[in-house]
Ligand binder design. Structure first.
Ligand code: PAP
Length: 286
C-alpha cells in the first residue's frame, strides 16, 4: 500500500493535492480556498456536508423538500422541482460551482442551502447549520468504485480498496473526514447534525423528522413526511427522465450491506484495519 493519490489519478488524470491532511482534487483548490474567505453565513443558511458516496443525493433531495415548503395557497410545486432536476442541481456543491469557470456565478448570495464535500478544517468558521451524512465505509468504497468506473475510468476493485485504505482518494481519508464531523456534532449539537445513511434506511420517517427538527422546520404530520420520502425515493429519482438521461451514475442499489457481494475477507480486513478501527473507537459503524 502506498500513499499515491490514486482513485482518480491513474495515468495522472485528475490529480489530488493534500490540504490540512485531506486529499482534494487539484482542480478544486481555488474554489475550496475561497469558501472560508467569502462565505459569511446568515442565520438560516444550511450547509449539507459529506464524504463522497454516503447518501449526499438523498440528503439534498430531502433537505430541499423540507426547506422549500410551499406556503398555503402558494402555487410553488416542490415535487416538480425534484422530479425535473437532479438534486445536485437544486443544491449547489460549493467547490464545484462557486465561481465556476463556466457560469462565473457566486452561488452564495441567492441560496440558503449549499453542499460541500470539504472536510471540517476547510469549512468557514461562521456558524451556519450543518447536516453531515456518513455511511459504513465498506458500502462507501463499493459505491465509490462503481461511480468511478462509470464516470472516470474502470479500475480493479483491489485498487479501489487499496486507495480507500490509504486515504488517498477525493476528500479522503474517510475515517478522518467522518471523525472530525462526528466530534464536532458532539461538541456543538445545535450546529452540526450527524446523520447515518443506515439509520435513514432503517427508519426513514424518523430520519426526516430528525432533520426537520434540527432545521427548525415544522412538519405537518406523518402524511407530509411520507410524501417527502416518496418524492425523494431512490426508485422515483432513478426513474425520472432527467436522472435517467444524464445522471444515472448517482442512483444505483442504495442497499445497506451491498459490500458483501463484492469484498473478499482480505479486503474487508484491510478496510477494518485502516479505516474501521478509527471509527470503531468512536462507536461508529463497526
Ligand atoms: P455523491 O457523493 O456522488 O453525491 P451520494 O449521493 O453521496 O453520491 O451516494 C450515492 C449512493 O447513494 C449510491 O449508493 P450505492 O452505490 O450503494 O447504490 C446511490 O444508489 C444512493 N442513493 C442515491 N439516491 C438515493 C435515494 N434517493 N435514496 C437512497 N439512496 C440513494
Amino acid at each position: 500500500m502506498n500513499n499515491d493519490p490514486c482513485i482518480t489519478n491513474q495515468k495522472r488524470k485528475n490529480p489530488l493535492t493534500l490540504r490540512e491532511g485531506f486529499w482534494l482534487p487539484t482542480f478544486l483548490l481555488n474554489s475550496a480556498a475561497s469558501f472560508p474567505q467569502n462565505f459569511h453565513a446568515r442565520e438560516d443558511d444550511v450547509v449539507l456536508t459529506s464524504p463522497i458516496k454516503t447518501g449526499t443525493t438523498w440528503l439534498m433531495a430531502i433537505s430541499h423538500s423540507l426547506l422549500h415548503k410551499p406556503k398555503s395557497n402558494d402555487t410553488y410545486n416542490a415535487d416538480a422541482d425534484v422530479l425535473t432536476n437532479n438534486p445536485h442541481s437544486l443544491v449547489p456543491t460549493v467547490e464545484f460551482e462557486l465561481w465556476s469557470p463556466t457560469t462565473n456565478v457566486n452561488i452564495f448570495d441567492p441560496t440558503p442551502l449549499l453542499h460541500t464535500h470539504l472536510p471540517l478544517p476547510l469549512l468557514p468558521a461562521s456558524a451556519a447549520k450543518i447536516v453531515y451524512i456518513a455511511r459504513n465505509p465498506r458500502d462507501t468504497v463499493i459505491s465509490m468504485w462503481h461511480f468511478f468506473n462509470a464516470m472516470i475510468q474502470p479500475l480493479p476493485l483491489e485498487r479501489a480498496v487499496e486507495c480507500f485504505c490509504s486515504g488517498a482518494h477525493p476528500f479522503g481519508p474517510f475515517a478522518g473526514h467522518v471523525a472530525e464531523y462526528w466530534l464536532e456534532s458532539r461538541r456543538r449539537p445545535e450546529t452540526v447534525l450527524f446523520v447515518k445513511y443506515e439509520d435513514m434506511k432503517r427508519d426513514p420517517k424518523m430520519g426526516v423528522l430528525r432533520i426537520a427538527e434540527f432545521l427548525g422546520r415544522a412538519v405537518a404530520g406523518t402524511g407530509e413526511v411520507e410524501e417527502i420520502l416518496w418524492r425523494c425515493s431512490l426508485e422515483r429519482l432513478k426513474g425520472s427522465e432527467v436522472n435517467a438521461a444524464a445522471h444515472s451514475a448517482y442512483f444505483r442499489e442504495g442497499e445497506v450491506g451491498d459490500w458483501r457481494n463484492y469484498l473478499t475477507a482480505e479486503m474487508e480486513e484491510g478496510i477494518h484495519r485502516s479505516v474501521g478501527v478509527k471509527l470503531e473507537a468512536l462507536g461508529l459503524f463497526f
